[in-house]
Design a protein around this ligand. Structure first.
Ligand code: GDP
Length: 444
């Protein structure tokens, strides 16, 4: 759901990455684009303003840590600020009250309230072995009560029997009574949806809330609603006091702004995400995961930390010097392979690299993995030093010997040689394009 925002931020920060130092004008440029990206992602204007101001302030004041590019630094700051806005506190449902614990579901019509009520009931029953009672207070939409009954059957949880003509507040009272008598742990009250904020219905929810004193009042909201998210969230929060937000349809191509806006406006945590029409499509909310997804560049922060710990600056410097002389032999390739291994899980690492997250699918298809790197290393180690320095010496009979030496097929030896050639060509181009600095930044 956060795709357009992530590609947008990605493009901005990739640009910045090519710069040498993090100046005030760099930050301003980046922030202008981040602002546009957030607005395009339907984040509400006041939220965007606040977010951008905070990030800018942090970015300008901060030193660029050694061995981190300015772009990576900004990624970290934006990333942290996103997490901050999305919230880091524990977001599980609060069921600590004396049973039956009432949960009140509120939101606009079609937001996914009824479906989410059944999803939550199912989850509490399966994961926490809770005895749950579902009750629909929607007496306005034809068949709403029946719909909840059908979903409850699917989820294999109980649903309050329908009594024709009963008013919502009376239904809520009956639900609590039934839940008490039946020894239920939780009672989920699905209120009537509204097309827009409407005083009469709002008063009704407030009345139900006053009667039942819910432990949780969950605002269910469609991830697609964009700018309107702010008004809806504010209204519900002011009138009935929301305790948490459930964002539905995050499986669709929503632009993601709702998550940021609603959180920022209400100050309430996003507790759950709806990820499909099916009853098992409900997930917990993790700010860091969403922030990573928004940025589309994985956890650059830990990449940077890992890189700083493991990459040998001197070795990189030596290699850069050699390559400046137009040389990149198999020994250099070996050093690179070893560096990669030192940095840990290769696929995970690729996922963390800015820009490369976009290529994850291709990487998975190309079948690059840790084992393959180990094999490549074994092949190069099976060569003589002379062969490594002069790959052109490696003809058919040497290839067979190398293959036998490391227990890999000759085709793989050929592949390594071909790959080396490609890398050497890239290094040459890089040398032409950017000189020593580009080489160093490619190596570290
Ligand atoms: P209500 O009017 O707020 O009670 O909304 P409903 O629960 O009736 O949901 C409206 C429509 O959205 C239904 O067709 C649901 O199947 C669908 N829906 C609800 N949640 C999700 C979700 O997380 N993902 C998808 N794709 N569809 C959902």
């Amino acid at each position: 759901m956060f795709d357009s925002l992530s590609s947008r931020l990605g493009a901005t920060l990739d640009k910045l990455k090519k710069r040498g130092a993090l100046s005030e004008s760099d930050v301003n440029t980046a922030m202008r684009e981040i602002r546009v990206a957030l607005l395009e992602a339907d984040v509400a204007l006041p939220v965007v303003k606040e977010f951008v101001a905070r990030v800018k302030e942090q970015a300008i004041g901060q030193d660029v840590v050694k061995s981190v590019t300015p772009g990576q630094m900004v990624v970290k700051i934006v990333h942290d600020a996103l997490i901050d806005t999305l919230g880091t506190e524990e977001t599980g449902l609060n069921l600590a009250a004396t049973p039956p614990v009432p949960i009140l579901m509120v939101g606009l019509q079609g937001s996914g309230k009824t479906t989410t009520s059944a999803k939550i009931a199912r989850k509490l029953k399966n994961d926490q072995k809770k005895k749950v009672l579902l009750a629909s207070l929607d007496v306005y939409r034809p068949a709403a009560q029946h719909q909840l009954q059908v979903l409850a059957d699917q989820a294999e949880v109980d649903c309050l029997p329908i009594v024709k003509g009963q008013k919502p507040v009376a239904i809520a009272g009956r639900a609590l009574e039934e839940a008490r008598k039946g020894g239920y742990d939780v009672v989920i009250l699905d209120t009537a949806g509204r097309l827009h904020i409407d005083q009469e219905l709002m008063d009704e929810v407030a009345e139900v809330s006053a009667l039942t004193e819910p432990a949780e009042t969950l605002l269910v909201s469609d991830a697609m609603i964009g700018q309107d998210a702010v008004n809806t969230a504010r209204e519900f929060n002011e009138k009935v006091g929301v305790t948490g937000i459930v964002l539905t349809r995050v499986d669709g191509d929503a632009r993601g702004g709702a998550a940021l806006s609603m959180r920022a406006v209400t100050g309430r945590p996003i507790k759950l995400l709806g990820t499909s029409e099916k009853l098992d499509g409900l997930e917990g909310f993790h700010a860091d995961r969403i922030a990573n997804r928004i940025l589309g560049m994985g956890d650059v922060v830990s990449l940077v930390e890992k890189a700083a710990q493991t990459v040998d600056q001197d070795a990189a410097e030596r290699m850069a010097k050699k390559m400046m002389a137009g040389k990149f032999d198999l020994e250099d390739m070996l050093v690179q392979l070893q560096q990669i291994q030192k940095m840990g899980d290769f696929k995970g690492l690729l996922g963390m690299m800015p820009g490369l997250a976009k290529m994850k699918k291709q990487i998975a298809e190309a079948n690059i993995d840790d084992r393959m790197i180990k094999h490549q290393e074994a092949i190069i180690l099976s060569m003589t030093r002379q062969e490594r320095r002069h790959p052109e010496l490696i003809k058919a009979s040497r290839k067979r010997r190398i293959a036998a030496g490391c227990g890999r097929p000759v085709q793989e030896v050929n592949k390594v040689l071909k790959q080396h050639q490609q890398m050497a060509t890239v290094m040459k181009h890089m040398k032409k394009a950017g000189g020593r600095k580009a080489l160093m930044s490619a190596l570290t």
